[in-house]
Design a protein around this ligand. Structure first.
Ligand SMILES: [Fe+2]
Length: 246
């Protein structure tokens, strides 16, 4: 007699075979994880930087606000890429499936504009008012980071489930390649500065191996220079060992 309830393992295996989940036995392409690890690291770094910045030190303040503006530029370009490539792909095969995170993106665009306003208020104020404005900016950024952490979790679970169910691995890889091709070299470098040191050794090795297959040698050399600058020695040695010619 067929049992009415399958074990959780059997259900997960059946769903993996159907392409709806990724497991160790049935890995699916992770279109989000590397860039999100980089963004999480950048957000944490800039939030901590703004929190410790001395409002009475104009040099320190200018550097912190430059870091903030760099982060906001990354966030804007990231959500634009998701809208035009990932959400478009989701909507093409499952209408309305991107509605949740598309709404989030509208909120994020608004929040980014308010953070830019708050940064200008810090610059325009003086003395005790500047300290207050900087604290207000710090708290506003903390809420933005919190919202983004929740949002990225939704993308990595719910949106990935849609992509995995509706698209083959090769098709998802093609969406990822289209995103990379749409970025100017300087923008790509700005993302990779955070992605390279934020993924783990195996992810980093796979990323550089793919880069060697798909990108021109000078582009790979530029990324290796970034890696040399931003990776701890132990990670650099692992990367060199992983991608050394056999
Ligand atoms: Fe997003």
């Amino acid at each position: 007699m067929q049992t009415a309830f399958r074990t959780a393992h059997e259900q997960a295996t059946a769903r993996a075979v159907a392409g709806e989940v990724a497991t160790a036995a049935h890995p699916r392409p992770e279109i989000y994880v590397a860039v999100h690890k980089g963004l999480r690291a950048a957000m944490g770094h800039v939030l901590a930087t703004i929190g410790r910045t001395d409002p009475a030190d104009p040099i320190e303040l200018a550097a912190a606000l430059a870091d903030l503006r760099g982060l906001l530029a990354l966030c804007s370009s990231h959500l634009a890429a998701e809208n035009s490539h990932i959400h478009a792909a989701m909507e093409a095969r499952r209408p309305d499936s991107a509605a949740h995170t598309a709404d989030d993106h509208l909120d994020h665009e608004h929040a980014i504009a308010r953070l830019e306003d708050a940064a200008r208020e810090v610059e325009a104020s003086h003395g005790a008012l500047r300290a207050d404005a900087l604290l207000a900016l710090y708290r506003r950024l903390a809420l933005f980071v919190a919202e983004n952490l929740v949002h990225m979790q939704v993308e990595e679970t719910e949106n990935n489930a849609v992509l995995w169910a509706e698209y083959s691995d090769a098709e998802i890889d093609a969406v990822h390649d289209a995103i990379l091709a749409s970025l100017a070299p300087e923008k790509k470098a700005a993302f990779m500065r955070w992605i390279i040191p934020s993924v783990n050794a195996a992810e980093r090795a796979a990323m550089f191996s793919a880069m060697r297959r798909k990108a021109p040698p000078e582009a790979v050399d530029a990324m290796l220079a970034l890696a040399r600058r931003h990776l701890p020695e132990r990670d650099w040695v692992k990367l060199m060992a992983a991608i050394a010619p056999a």
